[in-house]
Design a binder for this molecule. Structure first.
Ligand SMILES: NC(=O)c1ccc[n+]([C@@H]2O[C@H](COP(=O)([O-])OP(=O)(O)OC[C@H]3O[C@@H](n4cnc5c(N)ncnc54)[C@H](O)[C@@H]3O)[C@@H](O)[C@H]2O)c1
Length: 355
């Protein structure tokens, strides 16, 4: 076996149907008495419910999380936490809400308890993002890693099917890149393969019935594993492309990951054979009939996910600039990156061609 470094992200995970009932116990375990509950404006009902469950241990609700954590929103939320004398942040929602919790933690050092309701995986990473004057800055800091994560599949049954499927592919993308990451190791590899397997099994169940308990719990479990992979490994071309497209053209986060994924996999197919074999095994892709890239694309089509950049708001005339931006500061990638090849990848993704 090759030598490796594995950096675990220490957090406590409480998983299961009705796990939310353990919230008071978990807040007590953190030694917190004054929690500020965060949500997006659309999920305030969930924040109210959580605040009620906390009773006297809740000092308020801040339902103003928005995507990509604009710095003004982060500052206001931090000020509110200080004004209320909060000693803990409870972030209930998707990556946007968890991201706001992380921004408060970065500034204040307050512990975060996350209750994820999408499959973004942000709750398992020490990666934060802040957007200022249209530019998103990201970094890694242990202070922002949620100390406790409560995964309750019941809280995800209201996530619309289309959002669930896109979010599921977002999670799979974390695992895919973990499999061929520069610092890939046997532990993250195990988690990545199992995460992809669970999501590929759960997503078709959700597409048939949004409230399917088995599908919901498989996907949330898969998202946890894929998020843990992202937290412990470096990223490659796929994430670079999505950061450029999301950051510069404000394309929707999970949908951008979905559209790009089969093309990033095709790009790296020959250079990362072991990773590809694991994806194919996890997704039960039969050898000879299709490969990892085609299998992902076919599953996207089967589940009604967006398959082209033009479908999600990208303009053809911006593809040249996107390729240049990727090449300005490229990430490590198994297959070397060249401007011409990236431009070709973007063209395929723009038109939604099967890889
Ligand atoms: N730092 C990290 O490690 C990391 C990882 C992944 C994503 N992210 C960040 O997370 C953000 C995207 O997160 P996301 O894709 O989860 O989107 P999101 O958090 O914006 O959620 C999408 C929409 O779904 C709604 N929603 C969430 N849960 C719901 C539920 N159970 N029922 C009904 N509606 C629900 C939200 O209110 C929102 O309107 C981006 O800013 C991205 O950069 C960060």
């Amino acid at each position: 076996m090759k030598s490796f470094v594995y950096e675990a992200m220490p957090s406590r995970v409480v998983f299961g149907e009705n796990a939310i009932e353990h919230l008071p116990r978990e807040i007590e375990q953190l030694g917190a008495n004054r929690a500020l509950v965060l949500s997006t404006p659309g999920r305030q009902e969930l924040a109210n419910d959580i605040s009620q469950r906390l009773g006297a241990r809740s000092v308020g609700i801040y339902p103003h999380a928005v995507m990509h954590v604009p710095i003004e929103v982060a500052r206001k939320a931090h000020d509110e936490a200080m004004r209320l004398g909060a000693d803990c942040i409870v972030a209930a929602g998707g990556g946007s809400t968890v991201g706001l919790g992380k921004a408060i933690a970065l500034e204040s050092g307050l512990p975060v308890l996350a209750i994820p309701t999408t499959y973004s995986g942000s709750e398992m990473t020490s990666i934060y993002g802040l957007t200022e004057a249209g530019l998103k800055r990201t970094g890694r800091d242990r202070r922002v890693l949620p100390r406790t994560v409560i995964y309750d599949p019941q809280l995800t049954t209201g996530l619309p099917v289309a959002t669930s499927i896109a979010s599921g592919f977002n999670a799979i993308a974390h695992a895919v890149e973990g499999l061929y990451a520069e610092n890939a190791n046997p532990i993250t590899t195990l988690m990545a393969e199992e995460g992809i397997r669970a999501l590929a099994q759960g997503m078709p169940e959700i597409a048939k019935n949004s409230r399917d308990p088995g599908g919901r719990s498989d996907c949330l479990y898969g998202a946890w594993l894929c998020g843990a992979v992202l937290g412990s490994s470096s990223m490659a071309l796929h994430h670079k492309l999505c950061h450029v497209l999301g950051g510069t053209w404000n394309l929707p986060h999970a949908e951008t990951h979905t559209v790009i994924l089969p093309h990033a996999v095709a790009y790296n197919y020959a250079a990362a054979p072991e990773a590809m074999a694991r994806i194919e095994r996890a997704m039960k892709i039969s050898e000879g009939t299709s490969n990892a890239a085609q299998g992902i694309f076919d599953l996207m089509k089967q589940l009604g996910a967006p398959v082209s950049l033009q479908q999600i708001g990208m303009k053809q005339e911006d593809l040249d600039r996107a390729a240049s931006l990727v090449m300005e500061a490229p990430y490590y990638n198994p297959e070397p990156t060249t401007q011409a090849k990236i431009r070709g990848l973007l063209d395929n993704a723009f038109f939604g061609r099967r890889p």
